[in-house]
Design a protein around this ligand. Structure first.
Ligand code: NAP
Length: 282
């Protein structure tokens, strides 16, 4: 069994990005800029935003955080996004989710210029991804896809089962697997017999939010298992996959922590660099 080392793959990607940013700086006399907007006091969001800033600075991206109080008026946020859309120094805009309830998330996502949407949530990017066109790709599924390709070069014809159909993970993941010519089954809370579906899979992507949902006897011998789940339990952070059981059957598996998690931020940086490059070539 191979333990897929997301920490190492993410570190390699950051190193590659650092070189790319330095080349772009020489070529254009400018570096990519990432602006992250944080509204309110959500503790995990504060940590994510801090980590994003640290990693962005490490690769040479110009990073800026804009912080607003919980009671921020929606219009102020939308106006700020409009301003950033027109700012040449800003290549990527990310509004940290979740937002306070009085702010319309959809409106916020749709106000970000799709060319600066480093999260890949804008309908234009969602549509382009599902049409097989060039787009910003949501960072976590993009990270999963890179880990998969590191593990198995040719995914063509493999049967992939995606557990979860969120806009953040399951749905974009499905599109990425289709792009690799996998046969994809997407499952969710109403799926009748999840175990049987999983037993058919060469690849399982678990993005559910239920600790250790996927058991050893749900997994075909030599399957590849990517665990997106991050669940806080009394015994610490665990994924959606029972690692101890599944690692005895699978050919390769991502641990939690240290699997998909580190890839998400690295892919955010990669999306920022891509947005910068596209803006320069216009
Ligand atoms: P989400 O929006 O809550 O979606 C969960 C999905 O799982 C839904 O589609 C739901 O089905 C499905 N589901 C729930 N119970 C199920 C069951 N018993 N059997 C099969 N499917 C079931 O969650 P998310 O945002 O995609 O996040 C999923 C997990 O990934 C969470 O643990 C989250 O913390 C983690 N995550 C990790 C990263 C990372 O960087 N590693 C990033 C983002 C999220 P319905 O659609 O029918 O409700």
């Amino acid at each position: 069994m191979k333990k897929i080392d997301g920490k190492k793959v993410a570190a390699d990607l950051r190193l590659e990005l650092k070189k790319k940013v330095s080349e772009l700086k020489s070529k254009y006399n400018a570096v990519p800029g990432l602006t992250v907007i944080l509204v309110g006091e959500d503790a995990p969001s504060k940590i994510y935003v801090k980590n994003k800033e640290k990693s962005a600075i490490e690769v040479g991206i110009n990073s800026k955080i804009i912080k607003y109080p919980e009671n921020l008026e929606e219009k102020v946020l939308l106006d700020k996004i409009g301003e950033l859309n027109n700012d040449k120094e800003v290549s990527g805009i990310l509004v940290q989710l979740p937002l306070p309830k009085h702010i319309n998330k959809r409106k916020v996502i749709e106000t970000i210029a799709h060319e600066k949407d480093v999260d890949g949530f804008h309908p234009m990017n969602v549509g382009n991804l599902s049409s097989g066109h060039d787009s910003s790709i949501p960072c976590t599924p993009l990270g999963c896809s890179l880990l998969l390709k590191q593990t198995e070069k040719n995914l063509s014809g493999k049967h992939a089962v995606v557990i979860g159909r969120s806009n953040l993970n399951g749905k974009p993941m499905t599109q990425l697997l289709l792009k690799e010519n996998c046969t994809v089954t997407i499952t969710h809370s109403k799926t009748k017999d999840l175990k049987t579906e999983c037993l058919r899979a060469d690849i399982i992507i678990a993005a559910v939010g239920i600790p250790k949902l996927v058991k050893g006897d749900w997994v075909k011998k030599d399957a590849i298992v990517i665990d997106v789940g991050i669940n806080k339990t009394e015994s610490g952070l665990v994924g959606d996959v029972d690692f101890d059981e599944v690692s005895k059957v699978a050919k390769a598996i991502t641990p939690v922590p240290g699997g998909v998690g580190p890839m998400t931020i690295a892919c955010l940086l990669s999306n920022t660099v891509e947005c910068f490059k596209k803006a320069q070539s216009k």
